[in-house]
Design a protein around this ligand. Structure first.
Ligand code: MG
Length: 233
């Protein structure tokens, strides 16, 4: 105990410099500059072991900003999450997953308000580290007024391809008290797979009610959540 107290007092003593946790200007490399990079903690396929640049001290890696070298430089799977909700109103068509579903109300929005495609789009964009769908296709832009949301998904797919990324799979849940969505799930999968040039077995779509709780349970709106995994070089 006496030794520990002495060390604390020594470090806090006037004139004794505190050790820097992180100094991006003078990274404390513990290796020769040309030393081979050491493997990260990734436990997957050894051929895909991410390599950590040898001269970036780990405490600094997340503080160096967007111009810094990537922390991981080898291919790996990125995941993204998306969520969207739109109000149900009269006088609109109900479009979910590109399928027009018979219902007294439809979703309100600037485009076709396809809440499922919007959530999947955000999941893909999130995996790519891109801005969300609202930034790419703002609802103040007349070009997107009334358009089919397949367009947004196609653009997300194009951005993935630009990065030589491959979408591995998608999974989504639609939360709607009504109508029953199960009869339309397969057609939704076909539309979403087509927009992203995937096999429908890479696309998971489920539907659930909100057990009559809250605004979703009162049929005031429909929500969707989604995740996407993208293999990026
Ligand atoms: Mg939306």
């Amino acid at each position: 105990m006496r030794i520990i107290v002495s060390v604390i007092l020594l470090n806090d003593a006037p004139g004794v410099p505190r050790p820097k946790v992180c100094d991006p200007q003078q990274p404390a490399c513990n290796h020769e500059p040309n030393a081979p990079p050491r493997p990260g903690k990734f436990q997957g396929n050894s051929a895909r072991q991410p390599q950590i640049p040898p001269c970036i001290p780990e405490p600094c890696a997340n503080l160096l900003g967007p111009s810094s070298p990537p922390f991981y430089s080898s291919p790996m799977v990125h995941v993204g999450i998306g969520y969207d909700v739109h109000a149900l109103v009269e006088g609109r068509r109900l479009i979910l997953g590109g399928v027009q579903i018979p219902h007294p109300k439809g979703l309100e929005g600037h485009s076709d308000a396809d809440v499922l495609m919007h959530a999947i789009c955000d999941a893909v964009l999130g995996a790519l580290g891109e801005p969300d769908i609202g930034h790419l296709f703002p609802n103040t832009d007349p070009r997107w007024h009334g358009v089919a949301s397949q367009l947004f998904l196609q653009e997300a797919g194009r951005l993935a391809s630009l990065r030589q990324g491959k979408i591995i799979n998608l999974d989504a849940t639609v939360i709607a008290q009504a109508p029953k969505l199960f009869p339309h799930i397969q057609d939704m999968k076909i539309n979403i797979a087509a927009a992203l040039e995937l096999n429908i077995r890479q696309v998971g779509i489920k539907a659930t009610t909100n057990e009559r709780l809250g605004f979703l349970g009162r049929e005031e709106g429909i929500a969707a959540m989604a995740v996407a995994s993208v293999d990026l070089p």
